[in-house]
Design a binder for this molecule. Sequence first.
Ligand code: UDX
Ligand code: UDX
Length: 463
Amino acid sequence: MKITKICCIGAGYVGGPTMAVIAQKCPHIKVTVVDLNEERIAAWNDENVDNIPIYEPGLSAIVAEARGRNLFFSTAVEQAIDEAQVIFISVNTPTKTYGKGKGMAADLKYIELCARQIARVAKDNKIVVEKSTLPVRTAEAIKSILDNTGNGVEFQILSNPEFLAEGTAVTDLLHPDRILIGGDTTVEGQKAIQSLVDVYANWVPADKILTTNVWSSELSKLTANAFLAQRISSINALSELCEKTGADVNEVARAIGMDSRIGPKFLKASVGFGGSCFQKDILNLVYIAKSYGLNEVADYWEQVIIMNDHQKKRFSNTIVQTLYNTVADKKITFLGWAFKKDTNDTRESAAIYVADDLINEQAKIAVYDPKVSRKKVLADLDYLETRTAESNMKSISSYEDAYTACEGAHAIAVLTEWDEFVQYDWQKIYDSMHKPAFVFDGRNLLDKAALEQIGFVYQAIGS
Ligand code: UDX
Ligand code: UDX
């Protein structure tokens, strides 16, 4: 089947950029992105493309090119489902906060709602593509809902996991390492796979498009993220040992990364990984392993999360200890709140947990992040439910400008590796701070020698 109409449910960090790139590269395909959130859709449709709800380098230019031509954002979910031959499901699948599997399993209620809606609306055969990261065998559940509640039309379910990383989403989409498409081994399944392969083939070389069975595809997504996160926890584990022994984790990372079998990427010691995927996907893997009684497998992967939590805790503990064991009423400035640079996404950002620890010690936190609003910072803290929203508001402030945020601070903590932090006039910042002036670099970003020369007491992770 030649695809001419695609619908994507979920205009988030994954659905938005992915569909924008498909629309740009396939002008013959009408791509409609729908979402329940009216505010979000309105922002995607904002006349000024700089106001689209997701910040990704290069994204607004692509939206400007394709929007209104063959890329549309809408809240008319049913109409878009009805029209499309292919429906991507790209809604969020947060970790369950209630009931069985609480804190571990993925909450699939939005996925199920989507499946039921598709079943109700569809009047002709459809290909349904799982884009959201899901527990293995979710496709089976979606299929069962579609087949048993639909109008007798045929559905093919494909798994097409997204490997884009935020901050580099557009480049990752334009030049993917691979595209993975899992489908049924039946003739119909293979035809559905081919239809989606043909869409990607508009810009992705054939040898980078991989096809597998559905479960391999689903499991590969979780595994890829687990392996990446494991590397970070491995190097972070070593960072603590480096601090004790006098080794420098950056030197160790460089030395081991030159072994071509290990490779240099994802070896940067940090205050801990964040983002919407790593923790959730590993917890999913752990949950699945446990549910099959594979306790050793579950424990093995869970350790990656335990190490990550330890790293965040360790960072806040170091701050407290270094500031003479008390941070009560001291102003501590956070440079960065996003979970990594070049994104306005803060989900699971280490900054949230470090701030929470320091506020428990009665510190006053001042935040500057080039892309994150005060509203978001507060919402992230409130979400933890450690204390009331009022109390959070008293403990945390957010600034439009880094220099003001640092004025009168006892210490600066670097939580995100934004490029601009390196360019600052650090002498000016030093002059405006309490003395001794401390910098805790959670990203190994700044120049130790230069800061020490100015007079800062500088501490980085792992050295
Ligand atoms: C999500 C998942 O978190 C991730 O696991 C998966 O790999 C891709 O999809 P993301 O796009 O970053 O990632 O999520 P988010 O930015 O929260 O976007 C999801 C969107 O779906 C939201 O805008 C939400 O309003 C929308 N949604 C959710 C619906 O339109 N309908 C629903 O029933 C539920
Ligand atoms: C990840 C995967 O990379 C991507 O393929 C998948 O589709 C979604 O999940 P993302 O979470 O957007 O992408 O960002 P990523 O670049 O993987 O970074 C995740 C976290 O790890 C960030 O907090 C980052 O700062 C941290 N990190 C990354 C390190 O601490 N050290 C490193 O060396 C690399």
